[in-house]
Structures are given as C-alpha cells and as structure tokens.
Design a binder for this molecule. Sequence first.
Ligand code: OSB
Ligand code: MG
Length: 399
Amino acid sequence: MVPRPSSRKGGGTGATPPVHLRRAVLEELEMPLVRPFTTSFGTEKARRVLLLSLEEAHGEVGWAECVAGRDPLYSYESVATVREVLFRYLLPVLERSAERATPQRFLEGASEIRGHPMAKALVEMALFDLAARREGVPLQRLLAGKRPVRERVEVGVSVGMASSPAELLRQLEGYSGAGYRRLKLKVEPGRDRAFVLAARRAFPESPLWIDANQAYGAQDVPRLVGLCRDSNVQVVEQPFPEDALLLHARLARALGRGAKVCLDESVGSVERLDLALKERAFGCLNIKPGRVGGLSTSVALHDRCERAAIPVWCGGMLETGVGRAHNVHLASLPNFRLPADLSASDRYWTEDLVDPPFRLGPGSTLVVPRGSGTGVEPVEARIRKRRVARRARRLHQRI
Ligand code: OSB
Ligand code: MG
C-alpha cells in the first residue's frame, strides 16, 4: 500500500499545483563508479541508472533517478522490474490524469498496483521536480511548506568493504583528507571487528557508523554489542533481515545507551514505521526517498519520527547528481538531524551528469541547490555518452 501524503498542518506535501503532461522519456545509462563498492550483498563496479524525464505542455521538464540495482540484491526490485512496471502500469496511470498531474494524484492512482516502491518513486519524484519548477520554487519549499529549511546539509561518506584493514585505512585517509567527518563502514560477519577497530584507532575523533545490510543473525547480538562498545560506534544500521523487527529491538535493548540501532531496508511505509516504533526496534531512521516510494512518504516518515523524538537522516544509493539533488532537498527538513549518506559528485563519478556538480563544503556539508525544482540541470551530452537505451511515451495526444 502506498501511504497517503502527510496532512500535517503547515507541512509540505499536501497540495501541489497540477501540471499538463506531454511526454515521458526513460533513459538507461551505464555509469562506472570511481571505485568498486562492496557490501554484504555484493560488489558494484558500475551503476545501471534509470533517469525519467516528464515534459509538460509549456516545455518545462522534471527529472528523477531510480535507485533499483541491476540485480534484486538490496531489494526485490531491479532495473528490469522497474522498466516493466513503469511502462506497463505506472505510465498508464499517469496518462489517465495527464492534463492535471500531481504527485498526490499519481500515488492515489498507483495505489492499486502492489509494491514496487522504487518504480513509483521514480514517477513521483519527477512530478515533484516538475511541480516545483512550474511554481518557480526550490523543491525543499514544496516539501517543507511553511516549516524552516536548511541551506546546507551535513553529510558523511559510506565506504564499501575493503580487502584488508590497511586498504580500508588508505581509503578512509583519502575521504577524511577531503573533508568528510562522519565515516560509515560496510560490514559483515568475519569482515567487521579488525576493520572497525583499525578505523577507530586511526580516527579517534570521527563519528563512526557501521551498516551490515542484513548480514547478521540472532546469534550475533553479543558480538555486535562488543564491537560497538570496543570501537565506540555511534550507529549500527540494518544488521538483521528486513522482517526481523524484534531482533533489532533485542539489539537496541542490549546496546542500552550505547550505539543507536538504525533501520534502512526494514522501513518502507508509515505502517511499518509505526510497528517499529511500537516494538522500540530503532533509535534513528535512514530515509531514502527512492526506496520508500517517493518524497511524500519520506516527509510522512520524517514527521512521524519527529513527533516520536527520533532523529532521521537521508540515505543514498550511489545516485548521480539527478537523484542526489532530490535527496539533498529532502535532507534540509528540520528532523534530518544526523549526517546524510550524500557525498560529493567526485566520490562516485569522474564526471557527474548534472551541472553544477556537488562539491563538499566547509564542515562536511553540501549546499542545497538554489533555483527552482532540484536546482540542477542534467547535461544532455553526458547522458548521451553513457546511454545504453532510451524509450519515450506520449502521455497526452492533443498537444
Ligand atoms: O545500505 O545504505 C545502503 C549503497 C547501495 C545500496 C545500499 C546502501 C548504499 C550506501 C551508499 O550506503 C550511500 C551513498 O550513496 O553514498
Ligand atoms: Mg543501509
């Protein structure tokens, strides 16, 4: 089920002005990463990127990027399922109200299609960018409503598993030297303790987080508690399988006032969040709009956590500047109180797709782009260079 957007007073995503859609274009790109990224579910050397652009009658264009991987490892969705669901089900939903499209109307129409939040997010986020561009306001304004927003957001770096502790330290020195403060290490059973302890010794002052992408089980609770205590880890993200809320709650109790348990894969809807809150399964939440079905649900999750006095932070999925820009706008909302997994363009790409690229600023921050919508422009020539496929669909005949 796709949760309805937040109706919180003064809050953001209630009413978005309708746009008249003309055409949708899906681009598929092969983007080599500057260095391979290894997690407990595998190694990525390149991202298979889907970009959706929605064009409206006046020529304005809204953009979004899909976070699905090439293969269904992080989640059940993949580039292939998103392509299929988009053309077979979601673009027809969009077509039905093409003359007065809004993110809310799209989500309502799409709620009859079960699951597939990454595919739905792709459309919803392009609609948000387009609506903000038509209004001439930065995306953060549509998301926040009357609430205050930040002009820059604090970010950290998420570092893949390395071949040895020495190799990990070499990479961390590069990132720390570039100005990143908070360091997040990918771990799995057997590739954890020696790596995390080495990082802690080399960087005694750095906030240190770990992310296991579901790699541990019930038998590992004592080992994780010991690891967090001995290396002063502040956040342990998604150690257990996504359905194992009670196991996360057990770890949270065992950690006490030590490290916070963070959920990522486990929370994809407001209903799941309510259950996780009830079970006291976590102390902070990683919100990725591309994973939870879009910006409306992201804001709803943010608001719910704010009322429960739980800080949230914005995650990433190795996006190009197109997806990163959406994330940076979202991360400027008030309860995004912990550093985001949104690094500068050069941490991922030799050449990002957008102008201007994201650069790391003072205090380990990224600036929220000014201008309307996401405030960044995809560069056509760079898209063309990486393109492997392109497919367009007319959404309204009479234009
Ligand atoms: O679990 O947060 C995750 C990348 C791919 C898949 C899952 C995750 C990640 C990251 C990357 O941690 C964060 C980033 O985009 O810098
Ligand atoms: Mg994660």
